[in-house]
Design a protein around this ligand. Sequence first.
Ligand code: SF4
Length: 551
Amino acid sequence: MSWTAIFAQRLHKQSVQKQPCNPVSTYYVSRVLRYYRTVASFYVQNFGCRATQADGAAIEEQLRESGLHRASAPGEAEIVVLNTCTVTAAADQDARAAIRRIAHENPGCQILVTGCYAQRAPEELAALPGVKWVVGNSHKHRLAEIAAPLVPRAPEETEIRFEGGAAVRNFVPLTRLSTSPHSLKAEAGSPTPAAGSRIFVSDIFAHTELLAAPVFDAGNERTRPNLKVQDGCDNRCSFCVIPYVRGQSRSLRPEEVIRQVNGLVEAGYREVVISGINLGRWGRDLADVSRPSSVVSAPGARVSVTEQGTPKTFVDLIRCLLQETALEKLRLSSVEPMDWSDELIRLVAESPRIAKHAHVPMQSGSDTVLRRMRRKYRPWHYQEKIEKIRTAMPNAAIGADVMVGFPGETEFEFEQTRRMVEELPFTYLHVFTYSSRPGTPATTMPNQVPVRTARERNRVLRELAAEKKLAFMRSFIGKTIQAITLSGFEGGYTEAITDNYLKLRIAEKHDANSWVETRVEQVAGGALVGSILHERGQGEENYFMEFHACT
Ligand code: SF4
């Protein structure tokens, strides 16, 4: 029993002996306890993609709202939340290593594991040392209710009453939360959860909440917030575990997206990145009023989306953002190839307020591999989309995700991918090596590609991508390019990122978060090097040169 509990018991005994029902005594006990209690601290460590980072930001908001304060490192926190990714076996391994490290370095802390890995294999995580709670994506929006009751809260928010001799706090009891079995079947031989650990996971497809809070890039980069506006996926690519751990596609309502973006603009941000698991599907669920859905947006406001409303498409959402916010630059994260409609390409190309940047997942250039992957397009569809984007935006960044080593990928099929990468005007690539994920159809496909072969193919594509990127960067030498300054300053240069997603270094120290026109002088160390021609003031007139109708 802790010293505060012993102290409370003594005080309570005294108050009961003297005046059993005296409310003044109860009040006195409560005030004394408030004085001696400290505020519990937490630390959230995120792994994985932008969507997971956005979830982590919303979790931080939840915990802060519950009266906990953020520690500066996991070693200083009483509760450490690990917000995991499970997209590859390596991601799982990273999470397990982090849990072991934290349990070793901070044995007094309580570890809570959440995110995609927690949804996929909760028992596996609950068996690790120091893990107190495993909270799947299904219960992530209630994470603070799970973690907060067991720790003291901020003195001014703590309310302790005594009923029948027991202390009662103002928290939601754990018994109100469901702890039903998780959605992916436990693997045979799954580890047994450690005694005392609790698992909060249920069928993700029955859940329709969407956690949303702006997130900022790593490395203390505070100039380009990322706002998740969509979660989940209704596709079933045969290699991908995401739909099983994130559930059905669901969208942040347009009024909520606009509210969040306006808040960021008011706070002084000049570029916002909107993202999702399958961003181009934004709005499809809002048209289906029979599907109950809700949005949980930090700091805890819940917006019902079951009301009748005008169905919106992704293009409509972008038009609304241009119309209803004063955001200077909107950047789209990854959009699946078939969602790059002519309308979307035209809108991105014509608006100076949208960054000239298209990230279009490709995965493979082989028709037979794409079919085995259960992707919904053929190589010639993909090629046509990329060519349209390049024609509409000659200077745009065009990037892709490509996977090598998918089961059964032959030399011939890989060569088809390599050739497509060579021929298309990509400016960067994210090359992934296939990783078997339990429960996905690809895991049981024949002819798994040896690791060495897959690694070699990965190297070939990465080298090709590096050559293409360098050629693209060099094409800007002597030209003027737009960029936003970042907070990084190294070796006498301020870091910046261009409208078309290239790293730029500008001589001398400049304030972060400024839009600048720069003249590119050279390419060095993987970045453009340039000098400022003009710095654009916030809200400078000719910038808002267009007007879009909000449909
Ligand atoms: S589109 Fe395919 S790869 Fe992307 S999240 Fe959905 S299932 Fe996974």
